[in-house]
Ligand binder design. Structure first.
Ligand code: 5AD
Ligand code: SF4
Length: 475
């Protein structure tokens, strides 16, 4: 695991190797000639949007090297499992799926299996994969993702297994990206995290904060808009500290203001923010913007100041409410969402009651709530007074039912309003219905009238539920 050093130097930009890509491409062309079809790659993604964005790079690199996309793992000659380590459950699921791939390798000895992402960035997991998963060909953490061509070349030419350790402070530009959607896109603006919240594994597996140059980001966003992309989310573990360590003096508010100047019909979003770094100036830029969606994800984690302190969050509930109130004052239509952890070590009934009270005061449009999961190597995993599972689950139940009431109350007054919705195509749950997202990122369902995914539609809301709005298309 990395040291807890907090210095931020200029990240060194490591070039992506086109030469090695060409060497793998040549090997794949030979295989294609022998077999009559190109080799195929399947990427399986766990975890957050950052991982989704990383997977789009993994697929982009694979396709650059002559792989076609496989829809299922059994059709693949290369399987890349992009893992998450934020909670134990995600790690267990990834390991269990990797285990299931053993039989695919028996059927197709040419198959290569790579494990990447946050789980793979932990030394003990690398050792476990080396020892107990002999059919895994290579393992690499998030900071060395751009070295996939190198690992593939080694695996294809020598069949030697590689366990690649992470590198500090590296940013690779020029990595090809194959995005899942033509109209919604994620753009990473920075990598890593320096905050060391005591429960969180991210600073250990994604390294220190490093920001991409604003010119590179602007170029990528401009290209996306020119290609017809309509909803762009800027990504980073803590976008509010964007720009530190860059030679150019620029912060996140500056970056947003700069991107907001781009002409086109598109929405800009960002995640995730840290309350200690969210500034009034950022809120002002949002309020005065043309493209910046009035939606803010601001993880609170706990409503108890004592717990926040033990989490090393470095803000109080009063400070949190200050910026929240300012946002609502400047943008009354803003939707604010949050993350809450229940059952953090030492969380008393009174601490939990404080979280419920804070929920009633803050009135989030939606929350993502998590039962605390001890992560090896983090300070909280060693804290006394770990909360038993039953108490954690009972608290989670109470939290969810209070949030459901709040969300229902917030959504009810939206009945009768017209929302501009970006259509995502057929609803996954309701036959005959389409779904999309409005500016506030609320899920909106409407009758299927042939609207295509990626089209804007105006929907008049006639019914509101806690987690979705329902309506009809209007001109
Ligand atoms: N246990 C439970 N939830 C966690 N999160 C991060 N680490 C843990 C953990 N060890 C949650 C936080 C964070 C979100 C992405 O995941 O709420 O904001
Ligand atoms: Fe984890 Fe805290 Fe960094 Fe978010 S800010 S990634 S919760 S350490």
């Amino acid at each position: 695991m990395s040291d807890q050093g907090k210095t931020m130097k200029n990240a060194s930009a490591e070039p992506f190797s086109e030469e090695i890509c060409d060497a793998v491409l040549a090997l794949n062309r030979e295989r294609e000639a022998r077999r009559g079809h190109s080799p195929r790659c399947f990427v399986l993604t766990f975890g957050c949007q950052q991982n989704v964005a990383d997977s789009e790079k993994l697929l982009g690199m694979a396709m650059r090297m002559g792989y076609a996309r496989a829809e299922t793992p059994d059709k693949a000659d290369l399987i890349l499992v992009n893992t998450c380590a934020v909670r134990e459950h995600a790690e267990d699921r990834a390991l269990s799926i990797v285990g299931q791939y053993k039989h695919l390798k028996e059927k197709n000895p040419d198959l290569l299996i790579g494990v990447c992402g946050c789980m793979a960035a932990q030394q003990h997991r690398r050792e476990q994969l080396k020892k107990s998963y002999p059919y895994v060909d290579f393992v690499m953490g998030t900071s060395v993702l751009h070295r996939l061509p190198e690992l593939l070349l080694a695996a294809l030419s020598t069949r030697k297994r590689t366990f690649c350790s992470d590198e500090e402070n590296v940013i690779a530009e020029g990595v090809p990206i194959v995005r899942d959607s033509a109209y919604r896109a994620f753009v990473s603006i920075m990598y890593g995290c320096n905050n060391f919240c005591t429960y969180c594994i991210v600073p250990y597996v994604r390294g220190r904060e490093r920001s991409r140059a604003p010119d590179e980001i602007e170029r990528e966003v401009r290209q996306l808009v020119a290609d017809g992309c309509k909803d762009i989310t800027l990504l980073g573990q803590n976008v509010n500290s964007y720009g530190k360590g860059l030679s150019e003096k620029v912060d996140f508010a500056d970056l947003l203001a700069r991107l907001d100047k781009i002409e086109g019909d598109f929405r800009l979003r960002f995640m995730t923010s840290h309350p200690k770094d969210a500034t009034r100036r950022l809120v002002d830029v949002m309020a005065g913007g043309r493209h910046i969606a009035h939606a803010f994800h601001l993880p609170l984690q706990s409503g108890s100041d004592a717990v926040l302190e033990r989490m090393n969050r470095r803000y109080t509930t009063a400070k949190y409410l200050e910026i929240l109130d300012y946002m609502r004052e400047k943008m009354p239509d803003i939707a604010v969402t949050s993350d809450i952890i229940v059952g953090f070590p030492g969380e008393s009934e009174a601490d939990f009651e404080a979280t419920l009270k804070m929920l009633s005061r803050a009135r989030f449009d939606m929350i993502f709530s998590f039962i605390y999961s001890p992560r090896r190597g983090t300070p909280a995993a060693e804290m006394p007074d770990q909360i038993p599972r039953e108490a954690q689950s009972a608290r989670m139940g109470k939290l969810l039912s209070l949030q459901e009431e709040i969300a229902k109350e917030i959504n009810l007054p939206l009945v009768g309003t017209v929302r501009r919705v970006l259509c995502d195509g057929a609803s996954k749950t309701d036959a005959g219905m389409l779904s999309g997202r409005d500016e506030q990122n609320k899920l909106v369902f409407f009758a299927d009238d042939g609207t295509s995914a990626g089209e804007w539609v105006n929907i008049k809301i006639d019914r509101a539920a806690p987690f979705a709005l329902y309506g009809e298309k209007v001109r």
